[in-house]
Design a protein around this ligand. Structure first.
Ligand code: ADP
Ligand code: MG
Length: 347
């Protein structure tokens, strides 16, 4: 067994707000192995970005722990924290928002190299050029500013900046969600190539299940701040257990109206994380809920493939979503775009 490079235990983040306590993340446990891609999926507001921010220690937890390489992230002193920060980087959805508009790409990439003593003096320029080539950008574009690049190129810059400090873990927070479909495939392929080349581990946050299916080794499904199911990706897509996971998979849009699945499962908005329903948070939207679901919070059970549902494994079988997904036009188009490999080409 590979030892996990990251281990979250009882991770909890509640935000006190004038309207009440926002329970963004509650008692989340997971591990991330070296070289692995673990996807976090769930509707907007389910706590995905909050988990990402906790792992970077951009925010402090309400309770719980994150261990990175055996070190407790939240009790580290400033100096140790700085060293650990190198190991964990983040790529955001909107690279434009996180790139300094007044800095050239070259300067932006040189900064972390110098800061962490990875290159100095005359070694900086070739190191920057290497980074740019690595992500499919041309080194002679180093003196340009972010606005002179396309969306896909800017995401490449964001990736290069994350890679500059030679991290071992990258949190990708909706990293391709804002890009055109054809560009998404290029960036996802680039991330996959880099993972292999650099032995990176990704915490891949996304609401796009088709992309997750393509890139993830394991998938954790979040509902209102709790993991309700966690499994190897192939298994999760082939035999989802939790009613929420089933609903999510059935809601993958298909362009063919005759292939449209029952989507009644996910009727209604997710409840507010301020007034969480008691018991299983999903019970008000769950077609299978029984009395116990209203009163008792289920815990994750199983081995390898875990789910937090009182009714599992007695849940009625559902028409398997994968078969239908397999034949959906959308999946065919997605597969086509992932096969359309031009990984290193400048856009
Ligand atoms: P996701 O990334 O899955 O869309 P988030 O982690 O961004 O979800 O948010 C989870 C919940 O926490 C949401 O209800 C969000 O409004 C709330 N939240 C996030 N950050 C804060 C904050 N700083 N203060 C109050 N509530 C917050
Ligand atoms: Mg988010």
């Amino acid at each position: 067994m590979t030892a996990p490079i990251l281990k979250a235990t009882g991770l909890t983040k509640h935000f006190p707000t004038p309207g009440g306590l926002v329970r963004a993340v509650s008692d989340v446990d997971f591990t991330l192995n070296a070289g692995e891609t673990l996807a976090l999926v769930g509707e907007s507001g389910s706590g995905k970005s909050t988990i990402g921010r906790l792992i970077l220690r951009l925010i402090e937890p309400t309770s719980g722990q994150v261990e990175i390489d055996g070190k407790q992230l939240f009790t580290l002193k400033a100096k140790e924290l700085r060293a650990l920060r190198r190991d964990v980087q983040i790529i955001f959805q909107d690279p434009y928002g996180s790139l300094n508009p007044r800095m050239t790409v070259g300067a932006m990439l040189a900064e972390p190299l110098r800061l962490h003593g990875l290159a100095s003096g005359r070694a900086v320029e070739p190191a920057v050029a290497d980074l740019m080539r690595l992500v499919g950008l041309q080194p002679d574009q180093a003196n340009r500013y972010p606005h002179e690049f396309s969306g896909g190129q800017r995401q490449r810059i964001g990736i290069a900046r994350a890679l500059a400090v030679q991290p071992r873990i990258i949190v990708c927070d909706e990293a391709v969600s804002a890009l055109d479909v054809s560009i998404q495939a290029q960036i996802v392929n680039l991330l996959a190539d880099l993972r292999k080349a650099r032995g990176l581990a990704y915490l891949f946050i996304s609401h796009d299940l088709a992309i997750v299916r393509h890139i993830a080794d394991r998938v954790a499904v979040l509902y209102l701040g709790r993991i309700v199911e966690l499994a190897p990706a192939a298994e999760l897509f082939a035999s989802p257990r939790h009613p929420y996971t089933r609903a999510l998979l059935s809601a993958i849009p298909t362009p063919d109206p005759t292939a449209r699945r029952e989507r009644t499962l996910l009727s209604g908005e997710p409840p507010s994380p301020i007034n969480l329903p008691g018991g299983c948070s999903f019970h008000p939207r769950c077609p299978f809920a029984v009395e116990r679901c209203r009163t008792e919070t289920p815990v994750l059970t199983g081995a390898g493939h875990v789910t937090a549902c009182h009714l599992w494994p007695e849940l009625p079988p559902q028409p398997a979503p994968p078969a239908e997904l397999e034949t959906s036009d959308r999946l065919k188009r997605l597969q086509a775009r992932f096969q359309d490999e031009r990984p290193m080409a400048a856009l």
